[in-house]
Design a protein around this ligand. Structure first.
Ligand SMILES: [Mg+2]
Length: 319
């Protein structure tokens, strides 16, 4: 049985680490000097293979899910990352988003976990999308491959987003992403899997009043010509809609793990998160064995990261 946790989370981690040295660089600058592998230093002056908040918060969720679903425990682990630099490559917490920071401060002051996340329209950065991936493994183990049909399963996705990002737009992004991730785990035709994942989620959101006013933001993803859009029409900012679109577009317009994550990072701006979100999907589809060895071998604390993935895989059984 393939270890999907390892494939998805290491894909995400490698995409994050490729993007960290060039975060905030614009597309023209990267076109002149494109990322082709793991670089050292750059934006945060970190050694090659250093991953950031995207992977740290993903690992908090991986670690928490080993013992089952507990929102209080997930937030407690986020707080250990935020305050004590646990779940980090070099014992330093860097690159924390505003909405996440405010939610964790609320939790530290005693607010219940599901009441901590920002609900305003400006709280739609990609901060919950970048860390939602591990919930797909848990949901498949509890509810099977058709978990998106189950009310309780969808509510879990939305709740895990809402710990930091509680606006409906962020919840919808997480739902679409998790639905796609699950379809990609079947490792059938790439385009069909992505299309099925997106349509399944959009069908639900279109027909539920809590979300229906948000679906127009994601309409481009459902259009036939989406993968034929020119790069100039793809934005790679930290806005959740842009990040999801950019990641899916990179997956649909490439044919290998390597090409997908390099394309994502070289879009510029929020390079680590677009790389992480694309890398999670590409890792699930192409598999752990498709991630270049020369990238995996420099990942900071690789044994620790892979150890957490293996523990979750073992605890969930067949997914
Ligand atoms: Mg980051």
């Amino acid at each position: 049985m393939s270890n999907h946790v390892l494939s998805g989370v290491m894909g995400l981690c490698v995409g994050d680490a490729l993007g960290v040295p060039v975060e905030f660089m614009d597309r023209d600058a990267l076109r002149r000097n494109p990322v082709t592998g793991m670089r050292a230093y750059g934006t945060y002056n970190q050694p090659a293979g250093t991953w950031s908040d995207d992977t740290s918060m993903t690992l908090c969720l991986v670690d928490s899910l080993i013992k089952g679903l507990d929102y209080e425990d997930i937030m407690a682990k986020f707080l250990k990352w935020y305050n004590k630099a646990e779940y980090t490559p070099h014992r330093v917490t860097f690159d924390v988003g505003n909405t996440t920071s405010i939610a964790l401060t609320r939790f530290a002051r005693g607010t219940p976990p599901l009441k901590c996340g920002g609900k305003a329209e400006r709280d739609n950065g990609n901060g919950s999308l970048m860390r939602i991936l591990p919930i797909v493994f848990y949901l498949r183990s509890c509810y099977g491959t058709d978990f998106f049909e189950v009310d309780e399963a969808r509510e879990i996705i939305h709740n895990v987003s809402a710990l930091t990002h509680a606006h409906a737009r962020s919840k919808v992004a997480c739902g679409i992403y998790v639905s796609c991730a699950s379809c990609l785990m079947e490792r059938q035709d790439l385009k069909k899997s992505v299309e099925t994942g997106i349509l399944k989620a959009m069908d639900y959101y279109r027909n539920h009043p809590e979300f229906s006013s948000e679906v127009h933001h994601y309409e481009r993803l459902t259009q036939d010509g989406f993968s034929n859009l020119d790069e100039s029409e793809i934005r790679s900012t930290g806005y959740v809609v842009d990040t999801l679109e950019a990641a899916v577009w990179c997956l649909l317009t490439t044919e290998s793990f390597r090409d997908c994550v390099l394309k994502a990072v070289n879009l510029g701006r929020d390079t680590d998160t677009v790389g992480a979100v694309a890398g999670g999907l590409a890792g699930l589809y192409y598999g752990y064995e498709s991630i270049p060895d020369e990238w995996l071998s420099v990942i900071a604390r690789r044994d620790y990261v892979e150890g957490l993935c293996n523990s979750l895989h073992a605890s969930l059984g067949k997914i």
